[in-house]
Design a binder for this molecule. Structure first.
Ligand code: PMP
Length: 309
C-alpha cells in the first residue's frame, strides 16, 4: 500500500514522514485511541471527489473521543475543513480512504484516562476494495465473543477494542473464510470484524440493534434508509440468533471499507441459492450510485472536495 504524502498531525499539515510518535506513547502502549474512517468516491463525469457523510463520520468520531474522556480542541466542522485542505494538498482524483485518529500522546507509564493529552492525526490515501470477494463472501461464526459495552464499548471506535476484531479476523482468514461474524456473550449476533450485518428472511430485513455491542455504523444507517425508501422494505432492528443466519434467504455486511459484501455461505452452509440474492444486488446498485453523487435525492450525503458546495 503506498503511503500518504502528508498528514494532519497535532495542529498542522506536515509531510507524512514527520507524523511520528515515540515508543512510550500512551495510545500505543494502552490502546487509548479512537479512530474513524470514511471514503472519498471519484465521479469521473463530474471530475469531482465526493466524501461520504463526513459530518456524520466526524460526529461519531467525536463521540468516541468522549467515551475516552478526550477533550479535542476541534469541532466536526473544523475537522471537515482540515480534511479538505489535506485532500487538496494530496491532490487526489481517485477513490480514497480517510483515517482520522485521536490518541493520548503522552510518553509516560500509567494506565488511565485522566491527566493525559490527546493528539489528532488525519491521513488520506488511495483505496480500493477492503474485502476481495464483495460479490460472494464465505464467513464463519468466530469462537471469539464480541467485547461488551461494559468491557470496551463497541459503540466507540476505540483502538484497543480492535484487538477483538483482529483475533476474529485472523482466525477466520487462516481457516479459509473471508470474514468472521462475532456473537455477543449471550450468543446473539453482533457484527463482523469491521462491518455491520443484515439478514433477509421471510420478506423482512433484520439487523441487530445498537444495544447488541455493535459499532453505530454510518453505512448501516445509510442502508436502512435506502432499503426502506428506495426498495420499500421493512427493516427491523432486533437481536438475531445464529441459526437465523443459517436459514436466511440473503445476508450481507456493510461498512465504509467493506462497502456492501454479499454473504453467500456461513460455516460451509450455502445461504439461499449460494450466490448473491436480488435484494443485495439491487441495494449494491443503488448504494454505488449514491456514494458517487449520482442520485440527486441523496446528494446531501456527498460532500464535494473541489467544486461548489
Ligand atoms: N462495525 C465495525 C466493528 C467497524 O469497524 C466498522 C467500520 N467502521 C463498521 C461496523 C461499519 O461502520 P461504518 O459504516 O461507519 O464504516
Amino acid at each position: 500500500m503506498p503511503l500518504p504524502n502528508y498528514a494532519f498531525f497535532k495542529d498542522k499539515i506536515v509531510p507524512y514522514a514527520d507524523a511520528k510518535v515515540g515508543v512510550l506513547t500512551h495510545g500505543l502502549n494502552y490502546g487509548t485511541g479512537v479512530f474513524g474512517g470514511t471514503r472519498g468516491y471519484w465521479n469521473d463525469e463530474e471530475k469531482e471527489l465526493f466524501v461520504f457523510r463526513p459530518f456524520d463520520h466526524f460526529q461519531r468520531f467525536l463521540e468516541s473521543t468522549r467515551l475516552l474522556r478526550m477533550e479535542l480542541p476541534f469541532t466536526r466542522e473544523d475537522i471537515v475543513k482540515v480534511l479538505m485542505e489535506l485532500i487538496h494538498k494530496e491532490d487526489l482524483h481517485e477513490d480514497c480512504y480517510i483515517r482520522p485518529l485521536a490518541f493520548y500522546g503522552d510518553e509516560i507509564i500509567g494506565v488511565r484516562l485522566h491527566n493525559v493529552t490527546p493528539v489528532l492525526s488525519i491521513v488520506v490515501l488511495p483505496f480500493g476494495r477492503y474485502i476481495d470477494k464483495e460479490e460472494g463472501a464465505h464467513v464463519t461464526f468466530s469462537s471469539w465473543r464480541r467485547i461488551d459495552d461494559n468491557v470496551i464499548p463497541a459503540r466507540g471506535k476505540i483502538t484497543g477494542g480492535y484487538v477483538n476484531s483482529a483475533l476474529a479476523k485472523t482466525d477466520a482468514n487462516l481457516a479459509g473464510f473471508d470474514e468472521a461474524i462475532l456473537l455477543n456473550q449471550d450468543g446473539h449476533i453482533s457484527e463482523g470484524s469491521a462491518e455491520n450485518i443484515f439478514i433477509y428472511r421471510k420478506g423482512k430485513i433484520v439487523t441487530p440493534p445498537v444495544t447488541d455491542n455493535i459499532l453505530e455504523g454510518i453505512t448501516r444507517n445509510s442502508m436502512m434508509t435506502l432499503l426502506r425508501d428506495e426498495l420499500g422494505m421493512e427493516v427491523v432492528e432486533r437481536s438475531i440468533d445464529r441459526t437465523e443466519v443459517y436459514l436466511a434467504d440473503e445476508a450481507f455486511m456493510v461498512a465504509t471499507g467493506a462497502q456492501l459484501v454479499a454473504i453467500t455461505s456461513v460455516d460451509h452452509r450455502k445461504l439461499g441459492t449460494g450466490s448473491m440474492g436480488p435484494v443485495t444486488q439491487k441495494l449494491r446498485e443503488i448504494y454505488f450510485n449514491v456514494v458517487r453523487g449520482k442520485v440527486a435525492k441523496y446528494r446531501q450525503w456527498c460532500y464535494p472536495v473541489y467544486g461548489k458546495r
